[in-house]
Ligand binder design. Structure first.
Ligand SMILES: C[S@@+](CC[C@H](N)C(=O)[O-])C[C@H]1O[C@@H](n2cnc3c(N)ncnc32)[C@H](O)[C@@H]1O
Length: 298
């Protein structure tokens, strides 16, 4: 079967009916088990501390230049250490058409983004925000040689960090705080993709990102984000984004990630959610993937 046909995307209905959960019984059981051990197990105190730390900055707004510099330094060190391992995770056709159970979060994202690009020939410039070692753009730039891909992240050595991956003339790099780069029009994407990144943006910061994207002419936002069961008594609960207060994200998971009501936040800036699905992400590690695509309303 064609790799892209496995994206689970059967086309978008005109009227968005809400996030669909597509998890089989085995995944649901595994997720529940992982959720229980996260709530009651050895690392539960750490999980709660992470969530509490995230909760404190729910409304902090855009990062200050000092915070950006701090994060960039930390990220550079992290990627320097992790660079070689990440480079070996490169996406290929063979990996993508392999057994679905072995697909990583990034591979899932690449399939989803590719399916969206297949449907929208007008999306010519695609920015991957929070790209780090960008196996997705490396792969898709070769798959879509007539489109441009730009990897965006805080690390000043972004190009160097990606040097071990297959390069293409239609794949470029932009280092810096993406919100600044969009506002200053230093990047001008038609489509923005994020994987494991918008969950790091606080509520006010995400609103600023979405407004800036709309003002800069971004036509499609494609998300492939970790989505964890949220703490609830007696059992953790997999919330739908629509069940969350758009101004009060829920903090959950190993890192305390923000779980946002994306459809409502996007709608405020004039983006209509076209499809939103909770699908197997890395259930063995305790999380699903929220895959969402929204397009600008005319
Ligand atoms: C968890 S990593 C995900 C990397 C990559 N997308 C992947 O899936 O492998 C998040 C990336 O977003 C970047 N980032 C952007 N904005 C951020 C923010 N406000 N807080 C933390 N990290 C941020 C970091 O530099 C980091 O490389």
């Amino acid at each position: 079967m064609n790799a892209l046909a496995r994206s689970g995307d059967e086309g978008w209905s005109k009227d968005f009916v809400g996030t669909q959960i597509r998890l089989d019984r085995r995944d649901r059981m595994l997720l529940l088990w992982r959720g229980i051990s996260a709530t009651y197990g050895k690392r539960s105190a750490q999980f709660r501390r992470n969530a509490a730390a995230f909760a404190q900055k729910k409304h902090a707004g855009r990062l200050t230049p000092e915070q950006v510099a701090d994060l960039a330094r930390g990220q550079t060190k992290k990627v320097d250490r992790d660079n070689e391992r990440r480079t070996t995770l490169a996406i290929t056709d063979a990996i993508i058409s392999g057994p679905p159970a072995r697909i990583s979060m990034q591979q899932r994202g690449a399939i989803f983004l590719a399916a969206t690009l297949d449907m929208h020939a007008d999306l010519r410039i695609v920015a991957n925000i929070g790209a780090r070692v960008d196996i997705t753009s490396s792969y898709l730039a070769r798959r879509f040689p007539d489109r441009s891909f730009v990897s965006v992240d805080l690390q000043p050595k972004l190009r160097e960090h990606n040097a071990g991956l297959a390069q293409s003339p239609n794949w470029t790099f932009a280092s810096g705080y993406a919100l600044d780069l969009i506002e200053r029009r230093e990047i001008k994407p038609d489509a923005v993709f994020m994987t494991s990144t918008s969950v790091l943006f606080n509520s006010v910061e995400l609103d600023e990102y979405i407004s800036a994207m709309r003002a800069a002419g971004v036509r499609a936002i494609i998300l492939n984000e970790p989505w964890w069961p949220a703490a609830a008594m007696p059992l953790p609960r997999l919330l739908l984004p629509e069940q969350i207060d758009p101004d009060d994200p829920v903090c959950a998971g190993q890192h305390g990630n923000f779980h946002h009501n994306y459809p409502a936040k996007l709608a405020r800036a004039g983006y209509a959610t076209r499809a939103s699905t909770i699908t197997a992400g890395n259930v063995a590690a305790g999380y699903t993937a929220l895959q969402l695509v929204a397009t600008a309303e005319i």
